[in-house]
Design a protein around this ligand. Structure first.
Ligand SMILES: O=C1C[C@@](O)(C(=O)O)C[C@@H](O)[C@@H]1O
Length: 150
């Protein structure tokens, strides 16, 4: 069964208690369960990784090259700063969908730019945790289309 990597970056382990007015009350465990359920319904497996450290996120992307067909990534603040994570995603050349729980474009200017977005298959912002389900579904569609062409 093809596998997706679900990658969550810094401070997303605090979801549920972190600025609930912006991020809502659902936890990272809720998000991982939602993404896994959505993946299973699409015939996909899912590996969930969260880290507060940039290097660990880069390592997880590199490892995905071995056994994953696509990536759902919410890089948190590293979205706006990390050339290293962008380079890792470019290097593995897996299709990925970027997710943000909040509508970053309605927030501070520094959140408007993403180093990852130009490489992404799609970017989903402001849909809350449901954005993760949309991202999994989008990757499932892309992967199925790829199989159909093969
Ligand atoms: O940590 C986060 C969360 C976030 O990625 C989101 O999901 O809305 C938006 C980022 O700007 C912020 O640094």
């Amino acid at each position: 069964m093809p596998r997706l990597l679900l990658l969550n970056g810094p401070n997303l382990n605090l979801l549920g208690t972190r600025e609930p007015g912006i991020y809502g009350s659902e936890t990272l465990a809720d998000i991982e369960a939602l993404a896994r359920r959505t993946a299973q319904a699409e015939g996909l497996e899912l590996r969930a990784v969260q880290s507060n450290s940039e290097g660990a996120l880069v390592d997880a992307v590199q490892a995905a090259r071995e056994d994953c067909a696509g990536v759902v990534v919410n890089a948190g603040a590293y979205t706006h700063t990390s050339v290293a994570l962008r380079d890792a995603l470019a290097a593995v050349a897996l299709p990925f969908v970027e997710v943000h729980v909040s509508n970053v474009h309605a927030r501070e200017e520094f959140r408007h730019h993403s180093y990852l977005a130009p490489l992404a298959s799609a970017v989903i912002v402001g849909a809350g945790v449901q954005g993760y389900a949309f991202a999994v579904q989008r990757l499932a569609t892309l992967l199925t289309a790829g199989r159909d062409r093969a």
